[in-house]
Design a binder for this molecule. Structure first.
Ligand code: IVH
Length: 670
């Protein structure tokens, strides 16, 4: 290719990738597989690397985010970012409607009803169709420039499509995280021993302020846009402006309705109050806006908020009950979580007896005391939380709650590291709940996957002094187990067999299983691929760990700390003696992981490989073999005699079918 052809290829790839991003992230209608997308992206990355003269800040390759720490500069909003007047009652809405009527006199008017997304507000400024600034709300006048972070959100266009956009305008909206992504992220944090986030809103706004855009890129954020400002907007009506902005590439919510009367507005409110549980994201109310921009101008603003819009907030279902006592749970990494015991009370269909208090700060913030009548709410999560105290009902003799200083299980003095919300019990080797938690983690499905042992068995083994650390599992004998209460011969054999088989577990899973703080599944995989053995990891300096792709200072610090402790080294030596894998095996080394993140269903019979072999190949190259077809399936690897119901399902879901040969070509292509 000559230079001109290369430039054309680069421009075409950019245009194509932008379109596929939009199809996937905004329309949720991908036209190509993730695999094909990745190939195009790889090609563009390598062309841009070879020909730096064609660099463009707005290229889709620029969404990965830099890992250089940034400082946020303050930017003054061209138009202040006001908030809306809030109300919780329909009577207030009728008052609002009456005020509108009074000011507009005998003019007709209509309302636009939208959902009120519970996230972090953002203002995006586009000049000549390119994203120039993304600024947080801040104090409404000035906010932080978080453009680099925002660029990692794939549903936000870097360059606009179409052509009738104003030269200079702002579009505002909400950065949110889907409930599903929020729960997944929190579960991953639990698995890697990190503190969890309280709700999707905190997670979204915390992520926007992260200093490394590369970290933001790992968090699946989304953005809904709901407000255009600037001169020369395409229409004089809010509703049609948003519909037009859809064609410029923006993610405009599909729930937006025109209502001619306030009674119709109430219908909309009632409908969404009932149905909001089923939405994939959190909303905390409904926003009602006057459609005509001219009428908006006439209505104007009060000092704080527009007179042409109002938000109706849903009442979170809340009850009051008595706080009886607080338990302090100790996790496998020693993190302390305070849990409230409550006088049983009905809330959103279930009886609540316990609620999470998160950490010491939370207790201090609300000045929560034993015996208080507390407000309990159910948020997006399953465990209800205490959101405040009814101080008018407080017993005057009650005392400020003193947070525990010593571990309730082993008596060790607790520590609290700078910048961390949780207290920790540092007695890693002999604090009972930490030991039991570590063993539970070790045997769990994603780690050593030892069948036959559950939480109860661990308790039993621990209480009978048979297991005090994970290496003890490999020293268990038939005689030890059969003499235990309620232990039948069959279960003993199961347990011993499960333990024996676990010795074949690949290194990356063993590394995850030993439970180094912050070393979750993904990090363990990265480490095993790049450093290849536990000895190499143990002997790596902090600096060389940080040099590994995706390993940050926090993880590196935790790893060096782990291996600085003689007890941990001894444990590893013992596990080595029992034959666990502490080195990556030849066939685990998957050079480029061509199937990374892909989920593949196998069906039918094959000529060259057995189904078991195909399954292994999928996993070896970073993919996932799943048994049933769903929206999330990327490919159906089909052999002969595939069942008709499977076939019709993949056709309905537009899932590509690949043959055995095509599959082999795919993994050989790298
Ligand atoms: S309109 C001048 N529409 O709620 C009007 N806001 O207090 C600009 N919000 O700061 C806001 N969903 O962060 C608007 N559909 C929606 C919204 C929405 C959520 C947030 C936004 C705003 C706050 C209002």
């Amino acid at each position: 290719m000559n230079k001109q052809e290369i430039k054309t290829r680069i421009l075409n790839l950019r245009e194509e990738l932008n379109r596929h991003n939009h199809n996937y992230y905004v329309l949720a209608q991908p036209e190509i597989s993730d695999f094909e997308y990745d190939l195009k992206m790889q090609e563009l990355i390598s062309l841009e690397k070879q020909y730096p003269e064609f660099h463009d800040n707005y290229s889709p390759t620029q969404r990965v985010g830099s890992d250089i720490s940034q400082e946020f500069t303050q930017v003054t909003h061209k138009y202040p970012m006001l908030s809306l007047g809030n109300t919780y009652s329909e009577a207030d809405l009728i008052d609002f409607d009456n005020r509108v009527k009074k000011i507009l006199g005998d003019e007709d008017y209509e309302y636009i009803c939208e959902l009120k997304y519970d996230g972090a507000a953002i203002s995006l400024r586009y000049i000549d169709g390119k994203l120039k600034h993304a600024v947080t709300r801040g104090d409404g006048i000035k906010g932080d420039d978080v453009t680099e972070n925002i660029k990692t959100i794939k549903s936000i266009p870097l360059s606009l499509t179409g052509n009738n956009w104003p030269d200079d305008f702002e579009i505002r909206g909400e950065i949110i995280m889907l409930k599903e992504d929020f729960n997944r992220l929190n579960n991953e944090r639990i698995e890697s021993g990190e503190a969890t986030f309280a709700n999707p809103r905190n997670l979204a706004s915390g992520t926007l302020k992260m200093q490394k855009a590369s970290e933001v890129a790992k968090r699946p954020l989304n953005c809904f846009l709901y407000h255009l400002t600037g001169a020369n907007l395409p229409s004089n009506y809010h509703y049609s402006n948003l519909q037009t902005a859809k064609h410029w590439g923006f993610n405009i919510p599909s729930v937006i309705e025109i209502k001619k009367t306030i009674t119709k507005v109430f219908d909309f409110i009632h409908k969404w109050d009932k149905e909001r549980e089923g939405l994939p994201f959190e909303i905390d109310g409904i926003v009602i806006k006057i459609n005509s921009l001219e009428q908006q101008k006439k209505l104007g603003f009060t000092s704080k908020s527009p007179r042409w819009a109002i938000s109706y907030k849903f009442k979170a279902e809340q009850v009051t009950t008595k706080l009886l006592s607080i338990d302090y749970q100790v996790g496998r990494t020693g993190a302390i979580t305070p849990v409230a015991n409550l006088e049983p009370v009905r809330l959103a269909g279930t009886v609540v007896k316990r609620a999470s208090l998160h950490n010491a700060d939370q207790i201090e913030l609300h000045d929560i005391r034993i015996g208080d009548m507390v407000f309990v709410e159910k948020g997006g999560e399953i465990i209800p939380k205490i959101v405040g105290v009814d101080k008018s009902r407080r017993n005057p003799t009650s005392k400020v709650l003193e947070y525990i200083k010593y571990c309730p299980y082993c008596g060790t003095e607790l520590i609290r590291k700078e910048g961390e919300a949780s207290h920790y019990c540092p007695n890693e080797t002999s604090c009972p709940p930490q030991i039991k938690g570590k063993i539970e983690h070790f045997i769990s499905r994603k780690a050593m996957n030892i069948d036959g042992i559950g939480q109860e068995t661990i308790e039993l083994l621990f209480d009978n002094n048979l297991v005090k650390d994970v290496a003890d599992l490999y020293e268990l004998r038939y005689e030890d187990l059969i003499s235990l209460d309620r232990m039948a011969e069959k279960s003993v054999k199961n347990i011993l067999q499960g333990i024996e088989e676990s010795k074949n577990t690949p290194f990356r899973k063993v590394l995850f299983a030993i439970g180094i703080r912050y070393v979750g599944e993904t990090v363990a995989k990265k480490l095993s691929q790049s450093l290849k053995s536990i000895d190499k990891i143990a002997n790596s300096s902090f600096e060389s760990l940080v040099a590994v792709d995706e390993i940050g200072e926090k993880i590196a610090g935790s790893i060096t700390e782990y291996f600085s402790k003689p007890d941990n080294k001894k444990l590893i030596e013992r596990l080595k003696k029992h034959g666990l894998n502490f080195e990556i095996s030849e066939d685990e080394i998957n050079k480029d992981e061509v199937l990374n993140g892909l989920s593949i269903v196998i069906s039918g019979s094959f000529e060259k490989h057995s189904r078991e072999e195909l399954k292994e190949l999928i996993e070896k190259y970073g993919g996932k073999n799943v048994s049933s077809i769903s929206k999330k399936t990327n490919y159906l690897l089909a052999g002969k005699n595939i069942g008709p119901s499977k076939l019709s399902k993949v056709q309905k879901l537009h899932i590509p079918i690949i043959s055995e040969d095509e599959f082999i070509a795919m993994i050989k292509s790298e």
